[in-house]
Design a binder for this molecule. Sequence first.
Ligand SMILES: Cc1ncc(COP(=O)(O)O)c(C=O)c1O
Length: 436
Amino acid sequence: MATRPDFSLTASPGRHLPVAVRGEGCRIWTEDGAEYIDACGGAMVMSLGHGHPRLVEALKRQADRLTFTYRFSFSNEPMLELAELLREVSPMPRSWAFFNSSGSESVESAMHLALMHWQALGQPQRTRFVSRWPSYHGSTVGALGLSGTARRAPFEALLDEDAVAHAPMSDIRSGLSPAEETARGLAELEAAILERGPETVAGVFLEPITGASAAAVVPPDGYLQGVRELCDRHGVLMICDETITGFGRTGTWFAVEQWDVAPDVITFAKGVTSGVVPFSGMLVTGDVADVLMASPDGFPVGHTFSGYPLGCAVGAEMVRVIRDEGILDNARLMGERLRAGLDRIAAGSPRVGQVRGLGLLQGIELVEDRDRLEPRPGAALRVAEAARERGLMIYCCPTALAGRVIQCVMLAPPLNISADDVDEILDRLEPAIGAA
Ligand SMILES: Cc1ncc(COP(=O)(O)O)c(C=O)c1O
């Protein structure tokens, strides 16, 4: 097939990516007829796969009625409905909601909310944040400043070093027991708060399970509870970025539920609409929302498309589908099946250093040899390419960590995936790891 002219800026100049023309469930087809199993939802987006009929129908229904309202002029029906539905599934008491169009936007909104919260309480000096390294919270300046990732490098000049302190995240190479790792992680986080001055810290930002920057690192038990306790002790907000882990990815509505932790703010994006429309949001615990809603200006920030009716309509349908169709049970069950298969592959491959994750978010760390956990240079890209050649899309996420580049890939198939498709993913992945 003749290559079409391509005037869109891409990350692969000179290389033409295949043109996707159709998607259904966990499969995507290109114009030359090739079929791929999308085992990572692009970037952990496709929570119900491509073109879920109920979500598409909800989009069409709303598009026929009303496509846009401006938040300073009107509310809209799906926004009211979604905020109410989310109250029922939020792990935080009396949740309020705010909606945007991307993960980065919602992280920015959470930063704005934290500062405004402290201003309303007469503590305007609380302007700093503590986050972790590695981490990824988005590409806008505030969100990138929070992030602990090599993606910052070209933009360091824009990022305010003083505004954010980064504490190290747990590392499988530490050789510590989970209890020791918890104690170490909490001590480092507290040291970062103390170093900046607790009275100047507005919030601690963290992904409950570190996603794209480290391939599904699950914290040791006790860590998130410890972060909650730390935040309470120093009077700072606990803000969890569930852009990847929210809306059932790990088998619960939100990943923090796995440890029974209620943060003050949760941001979400990606899976909330399974790619049907760009959408995101944040949930805010009742006590924090009360402060802002009692102040004369409320929460006067956001973006032109905050509260977008089409996004809200699809998001509301997503909540109903997850609730009505046993999606969380399937995510847990299929997550166990996927994990068992990955553990079996790992047992037969010295190149797999660790399989980690929860539910249908699973990461694989590729190493030179398993005992030394020495990264195998270029392995992540090679495995992702070998998988693509076998019609399998996986997420490639090499991570700069402690002077080395850790080689990881990640899987995040749809939450409604069938057992047959999980097995098909494993059948294609195993030879890809072997070949690479
Ligand atoms: C944890 C996390 N937060 C925020 C973002 C940014 O989301 P977006 O790319 O939609 O702005 C991402 C994107 O990968 C993410 O993984």
